[in-house]
Design a protein around this ligand. Structure first.
Ligand SMILES: NC(=O)c1ccc[n+]([C@@H]2O[C@H](COP(=O)([O-])OP(=O)(O)OC[C@H]3O[C@@H](n4cnc5c(N)ncnc54)[C@H](O)[C@@H]3O)[C@@H](O)[C@H]2O)c1
Length: 229
C-alpha cells in the first residue's frame, strides 16, 4: 500500500497503545511520516486530545503536509445512567467525541491545502447497539459516527474522505477492564467466534487511507467479527 502522493504526514491520536500504535506502525511501513499523540510518554507528542494546543503541536511536529488523521484516542468510563457522574460523562464525551472535533478542525485545513487526504475515526459497535451501563461511551461513539458523516459533507469538495470504523471486542489495554464473563459472552456473540487483535482493525483503517477506498466517504465499517451480523 502506498501513500496517495509524495511523502505525506499522518497524525494518529491514541497512537501510543493498542489499535492506534499498530495503525501508526502500519502507516510508517506504508511510507508516511507519522506523529503519534497520546497522554502516554511513548507518544511523539504528549498531550490531551481535548486541547487545541495538542493538535497544533502535532501539526508542527510534522515536516510534511498532513495526508492522514486517525482519531483513535478513547476511554470508557461510567455505568448505568444514574451511576454516571457528570464528570465522567464529560470526560468520555470530551475524549471520544470532542477530541476528534478538535483534531479535525486543526488538521483538515492544512490537509485541504495539500490537495486532500483521509480522516478515520475509531467508533465502536456500542454506537450501533448499546449495552446496559455504557451510556456515556455509546453516546460519544454514536456522536462520532454522526460527526464522521457531517465531516464527509463539509470536506468532500476539499478532497478529504472521512470515514469511521466500529470495532467490536479488541484485545487491548482498554478492553482489559471488561469482566471475564462479559468478555466470553461478547465472543460467543460474534459470527467468527473470536475477539479481534489490534491489527484486525488497523488494517481496515489503512484500507480507508489507501487509494482503493477513494470513493468511500461518510461510511462506518464494522470490524466486529460479525458480532452485529
Ligand atoms: N479495545 C476494544 O475492545 C475497543 C472496541 C471498540 C472501540 N475501541 C476504540 O478503539 C480506540 C483505541 O482504543 P484501544 O482499544 O487501542 O485502547 P488503548 O487503551 O490501548 O488505547 C487508547 C489510547 O488513547 C489514549 N488516550 C486516552 N485518553 C486520551 C486523551 N485525553 N488524550 C490523548 N490520548 C488519550 C490512551 O492513553 C491510550 O494510549 C478507542 O477510541 C476505543 O474507544 C476499542
Amino acid at each position: 500500500m502506498r501513500p496517495e502522493s509524495a511523502r505525506r504526514g499522518a497524525i494518529v491520536t491514541g497512537g501510543a497503545s493498542g489499535i492506534g500504535a499498530v495503525t501508526a506502525a502500519l502507516l510508517r511501513d506504508a511510507g508516511y511520516e507519522v506523529v503519534t499523540v497520546d497522554l502516554l510518554a511513548a507518544a511523539d507528542v504528549k498531550g490531551d486530545v481535548r486541547e487545541p494546543g495538542t493538535a497544533k503541536r502535532a501539526l508542527e511536529a510534522l515536516t510534511t503536509p498532513p495526508g492522514v488523521l486517525v482519531n483513535c484516542a478513547g476511554i470508557t468510563k461510567g455505568g448505568l445512567v444514574e451511576k454516571t457522574s457528570l464528570e465522567d460523562w464529560n470526560l468520555v464525551v470530551g475524549v471520544d467525541l470532542t477530541g476528534a472535533f478538535v483534531f479535525t478542525q486543526a488538521v483538515a485545513p492544512a490537509m485541504a491545502l495539500a490537495g486532500g487526504g483521509r480522516i478515520v475515526n475509531v467508533a465502536s459497535t456500542l454506537a450501533l447497539r448499546a449495552r446496559r451501563g455504557t451510556s456515556a461511551y455509546a453516546a460519544a461513539k454514536a456522536g462520532l459516527i454522526g460527526f464522521t458523516r457531517a465531516c464527509a459533507r463539509d470536506y468532500g469538495r476539499s478532497g478529504i474522505n472521512v470515514n469511521a470504523v466500529a470495532p467490536g471486542l479488541v484485545e487491548t489495554k482498554l478492553s482489559e477492564q471488561i469482566p471475564a464473563e462479559t468478555r466470553a459472552r461478547l465472543i460467543e456473540e460474534t459470527a467468527l467466534g473470536r475477539s479481534a487483535k489490534p491489527e484486525d482493525v488497523a488494517e481496515v483503517i489503512l484500507f480507508l487511507c489507501s487509494p482503493a477506498s477513494r470513493h468511500i466517504t461518510g461510511e462506518c465499517i464494522r470490524v466486529d467479527g460479525g458480532q452485529l451480523a
